[in-house]
Each structure stands twice: as C-alpha cells, then as structure tokens.
Design a protein around this ligand. Structure first.
Ligand SMILES: *Cc1c(COP(=O)(O)O)cnc(C)c1O
Length: 421
C-alpha cells in the first residue's frame, strides 16, 4: 500500500495561500530533482542516455530549468513549445521534436534550433525536405499495429493509434532518408500511456532493438539512438505500486545486451521522453473548500474546477485527495468534491470517503504535476490558476501568475464592434 502523503503541511500550505490565493498548482523541487537523479542513475550504464522531458506535461520555464540542471533535454510537439524551450536555453540535440500532422513552419523552427526531428509519417519526409532540407540526424516513429501484449494481457491497441509508421513504411523511410544523406538514425515508439508495470519499457526496448537490428541489416543505416518515449506510469491510487525505475533501467540493459550487442550495435544511445513519471507526483492542486451542499448526495464545493485539472472530467481519472491538517482523521464521510462549472462532470471525486470537511479547509489534490495546469482551459470564463514552486530550502516562489480578466479579454476586439439598438 502506497501511503500517498502530501509533500506540504497544512501550516505551510496556509502560509502560501495567505500570499497567493487558492487555487494554485504547487510543485516540489526536492521531488523533481530526486526523480530526475534516480532516472539518470537507472540508465547510467548507457553513455549516451538522455531524458527529453515532454514539455506538454508541464510547460513552465522554472521547472524546465530545474530539469536542465539535472541534465535533461526537452521533447516538443509544437512551435510554441519549441519557442519556450529556446527561451529556457535548450538547443541542438537537447531538443527532440516529436510532432504529428506537422507543418513546414514547425520543422523550420525545430531545425533552426538544431533539434532532432522525429518523423511521425513517411509523407513528412517531403514536408521536411521542402521546409529545410534533410538533416544528418533523423528519427522515425514506429507503430507496430495490432495489440500490445504483456504477459498475454492486452495493454493497448497500437492499430487504433494515429501515430507512427507501419513496419514496411519504416524500412522505406530509412531507405529514402539514407539516400537523401541522413547519417544517424533513431527509432521511436510510444505504445502504452501511464504503464504501471516495470515490464513496459524493457518489452518496448526489445521490440525497438530487434527492429533496429533489422533496419541496420536491411538498409545499412547507422542506428544512433532508440527513443523509448514516454509512458511510465505513476500510482494515482493508494493501492497502486510505484514503478521501480532502477529495475526498469536494468532490464532495458539486459535487452540491449541480448539484442543489440550480439548484432554489433554497441554504440546506441537510449533516449526517453517521460512527462508524467518526472512531474506527476511532484505537483498538487491546492484548493479550498468553499461550500457544502446536501441534496440527493453530499457535495463539497471547492474553489478550483475542471479548468484547473481536466483529467477527472475528461478521462474519469482518479486523483487522490488529502484534507490538509486532517491526515490522521478517519475517512468516514462519503462526498462528491465538485467545482463550479456548469458541467456535471466537474467533479474531482465521486463517492469518495474523506474526513469531515469544513468550509475553509485546504484540499491537496495529488499528482497534478503533469498534464494538470497545462491542460487548463477557460470554459465558463474560468481563469487559469497560478503555479508555485516549493523550493528545496522550504521557501516558495510564484512561477506563473494566475490569469486575470484582462488575459481573458486580450484576444477579443471590442474596438470594431458596432452596436445596433
Ligand atoms: C505525451 C508524450 C510524451 C509523454 O508522455 P507521458 O505519458 O507523460 O510520459 C512523450 N512523448 C510523446 C511523443 C508524447 O506525445
């Protein structure tokens, strides 16, 4: 059983909230650095190893800077993410550009930064060539189709995923790219999201290593790296077990030694593009209970809503909730914890057993550090919250201010409105 303890005390959260009103996302610098160091240690057997943090998960310059200090690069999928990464000082092969339905302008931006381009489709060779020509290093995204099985259990259905090239297209793409002058090749695949088993990466690695050996044999391409992409999961639920990253790294090494080394591919770098694993548990949404309602159910209304954390509304995702200061009180009340959107899916928890919640209590909604604030939106005229960094020395800093009504109106043009009466 995973205890799911908050990384902040009630007193500290109140201190922060007295300066920056709730709701806000709070990030834990200590946890971010620890996660990055454990990951880097797990893959330290591979001299070229690099984690390219998936920027979409938590696109905040202060957090990207922490990861940069820990040796990570960035994985971008849009021009704006590339611009953000550039502003944070990432350059050259510290940048992976794993996009899809890509436009020429996006390839041009990625190429101008010297980033590694990861092609989602064989047709994008032409788009890339028209945009900037063909770089010396190119990665191709593979989709093996069918079902992805681990121990005879279906983990996901790659055949239904829009990403990546078929096996035949992959060989064809390598041939074309090689003929157009590519010297260093990579292959990439993302087959399961939020995988909570230690076997996902090693199995994916084995598939990609075998594919790399075939591609090298059939096209003569020099395989410079294998990109295992994202997908390592986190225990959102208390009964779930965290992944053992050391074991994962060790078993990827075993696959490397079993498949790549005997084939003479001894200098292949391992890349990862983790988002959720890096940041998820190192962020929380702090929100205050503002209302209690008793009708056919018992509701606790809070000052955050799905615009601050979309995952429960969108995927029915579970996020654990701790009532700060009541960590040791019995969870003997069944409640729905709800936001104020005019949408009945705006519920952070449904039929959840929690301690007695009083108006003014602070709730710590766990595991919002990835795909949390970044999935925010403005429905119902709701404004996105601030982001606060809790630093290693216990001090805290606002790293993104909350939106104001001026932000909401900034894209509207009232000047050319003519009113008719
Ligand atoms: C979303 C994404 C990631 C990160 O996924 P996580 O589940 O957060 O690890 C990595 N690579 C690509 C291409 C992605 O689209």
């Amino acid at each position: 059983m995973n205890e799911k303890l908050p990384f902040v005390t009630a007193a500290k959260a109140e201190e922060i909230a007295s300066r920056y009103p709730t709701p806000f996302h709070l990030y834990n610098e200590t946890g971010i650095r620890k996660t990055a160091r454990e990951l880097n240690a797990a893959f330290s057997w591979n001299p070229g190893y690099r984690e390219f943090f998936a920027v979409k998960a938590t696109p905040n310059p202060y957090l990207l800077k922490i990861l940069k200090e820990e040796g990570c690069g960035v994985d971008c999928s849009s021009e704006t993410e590339l611009m953000l990464s550039e502003a944070c000082g990432f350059q050259g092969h510290e940048i992976m550009f794993s996009s899809n339905e890509t436009q020429e302008s996006e390839f041009a931006r990625a190429n101008s930064l010297g980033g590694i381009i990861n092609l989602d489709d064989i047709s994008l060779i032409e788009t890339l060539e028209n945009a900037v020509g063909i770089p010396e290093t190119v990665c191709c995204r593979y989709n093996p189709g069918g079902e992805f099985l681990l121990h005879n259990t279906i983990m996901d259905h790659p055949k239904d995923a829009k990403y990546g090239m078929t096996r035949a297209q992959l060989t064809e793409a390598f041939r074309i790219l090689k003929q157009k002058g590519v010297k260093h090749f990579g292959i990439h695949a993302f087959l399961v999201s939020n995988a909570l088993t230690d076997d996902y990466y090693p199995e994916l690695a084995r598939i990609l290593f075998e594919t790399a050996v075939e591609l090298h044999r059939d096209t003569g391409a020099e395989i410079a790296f294998v990109n295992l992409s994202g997908g390592i999961g986190i225990p959102y639920r208390p009964e779930e077990k965290p992944c053992n990253i050391r074991m994962i790294g060790e078993n990827v090494r075993k696959a490397y030694e079993a498949v790549l080394i005997p084939a003479g591919l001894t200098n292949v770098s391992i890349f990862t593009e983790l988002g959720r694993y890096m940041m998820g548990p190192n962020g929380a949404l702090i929100t205050r209970a503002i209302h209690e309602k008793n009708t056919y159910k018992h509701y606790i209304g809070v000052d955050a809503c799905a615009c601050n954390l979309m995952r429960p509304a969108m995927y029915g995702a579970y996020h654990h909730i701790t009532v700060l200061g009541k960590e040791n009180e019995p969870a003997n009340q069944m409640v729905d914890v709800v936001g104020s959107l005019c949408e009945n899916n705006d519920k952070f928890a449904i039929d959840r057993m929690l301690p007695q919640i009083d108006r003014g209590d602070l709730l710590f909604i766990h595991d919002t550090g990835a795909h949390g604030h970044s999935m925010g939106y403005n429905y119902n005229g709701k404004l996105r919250s601030a982001e606060i960094l809790l630093k290693e020395d216990g001090s805290y800093q606002m790293i993104r201010r909350a939106e104001t009504p001026e932000d909401y109106f900034a894209t509207l043009d009232f000047a050319n409105l003519s009113y008719t009466t």
